[in-house]
Design a protein around this ligand. Sequence first.
Ligand SMILES: NC(=O)c1ccc[n+]([C@@H]2O[C@H](COP(=O)([O-])OP(=O)(O)OC[C@H]3O[C@@H](n4cnc5c(N)ncnc54)[C@H](OP(=O)(O)O)[C@@H]3O)[C@@H](O)[C@H]2O)c1
Length: 360
Amino acid sequence: MAHTARPAEAGRTGRPTLAVVGATGAVGTVMLQILSQRADVWGEIRLIASPRSAGRKLAVRGEETEVVALTEEAFDGVDIALFDVPDEVAERWAPLAAARGAVVVDNSGAFRMDPDVPLVVPEVNPHAVRTRPRGIVANPNCTTLSMIVALGALHAEFGLRELVVSSYQAVSGAGHAGVRTLREQLSLVAGTELGTSPGDVRRAVGDNTGPFPEPVALNVVPWAGSLREDGWSSEEMKVRDESRKILGLPALPVAVTCVRVPVVTTHSLTVHARFEGEVTVDKAREILATAPGVVLFDNPAAGEFPTPADVVGTDPTWVGRVRRALDDPTALELFVCGDNLRKGAALNTAQIAELLVAER
Ligand SMILES: NC(=O)c1ccc[n+]([C@@H]2O[C@H](COP(=O)([O-])OP(=O)(O)OC[C@H]3O[C@@H](n4cnc5c(N)ncnc54)[C@H](OP(=O)(O)O)[C@@H]3O)[C@@H](O)[C@H]2O)c1
């Protein structure tokens, strides 16, 4: 019997085929929501995850779609493949997908610093997407992405010279496991008087602290990622290296401290940015108020500044507390918030994929 295309399918004939690899994960889940919300430029959307998830059905564009296991054949006919999987899985499978003809947009850390892989933020360096000798485009880390759109706009006007950053990172930055851990710990400490003597929170939540080295409920943890040289964390090195690469400033001095806080989703950062010459708050506010992808929300007298509780689920980078440094007329102080699963991961990936479609 001849296959009769449903109206939605018929309208999609001739459009590129998209694969979402890691469709069941924290980033993958938000990716499916974003693909359902943005202009539909795709033909087939194929959902791929580990063999554990094969056969599960997930909704994308209002249609139930079956998840298939990651195999080389899963990339047959795929034009663009979005990878939202752990580093080691991306490292092995992204080149295989590229060899089968797909352009890969990878959300992991596997290729970001590869000189033959562009690291792209569409509002800051969209031109970089065109040069991709390995057939792979990398998506920056969520902490870098949560601030770089605002910084890129300020850099274009003032010329960035130095960056000092502290992050306040949400637990979903560590995937589903991070969210599960915070919620379990919160249920163990809720309604108690804990948090008043050394170690009482740790005893209540037990030894299993999930992906974090310390309890994260009722706490802040000055650590994200794994140990690198001289006491730096991998997350801190990513913010430094990736900011330099995206902004095209390979020698930019960057000092970073990454901290995990008991927030489900949305990373926040305090930023001290020093520029080439004197800056004014008025000019900085004008730039931030008009930069694409940035919302200036800055009226402390009225109690208005961005916080994760309000920013979560939104697309832009929110900026508040804009001040000129007290002791340096060339520097600005900012507080920045961005949803780490949307602009910090899935949204930026979707925007890169749309740049690739426009190129076709
Ligand atoms: N969370 C964030 O804020 C964030 C931001 C930017 C970038 N990233 C990066 O995005 C990637 C995904 O992160 P996440 O937070 O979404 O992680 P996650 O919640 O742990 O999800 C991991 C995904 O990868 C799949 N997967 C794991 N092992 C696999 C294998 N051997 N073969 C095929 N699929 C496999 C899982 O499928 P199953 O469900 O079948 O196991 C799941 O879909 C990571 O590289 C992460 O560093 C995360």
